[in-house]
Design a protein around this ligand. Structure first.
Ligand code: ZN
Length: 57
């Protein structure tokens, strides 16, 4: 993905993004709507799928 951030005259910014390449990824079962879940939230990187397991990492 490419992203341009432009400063506008009124001090707003304009963000433009463009997808330049798509890759197929196998589904991650942990993200399936069919999984039983607790109410806890987890943080997963959308690019590399690393899961945040504590506040430091
Ligand atoms: Zn990542």
């Amino acid at each position: 993905m490419e992203m341009d951030i432009l400063k506008l005259d009124n001090n707003d910014i304009q963000i433009r993004t463009k997808i330049v390449r798509l890759e197929f990824r196998n589904p991650a079962p942990i993200l399936s709507d069919l999984q039983d879940r607790s109410k806890e939230l987890i943080t997963i990187c959308s690019s590399c799928k690393k899961v945040k397991i504590n506040e430091d990492k």
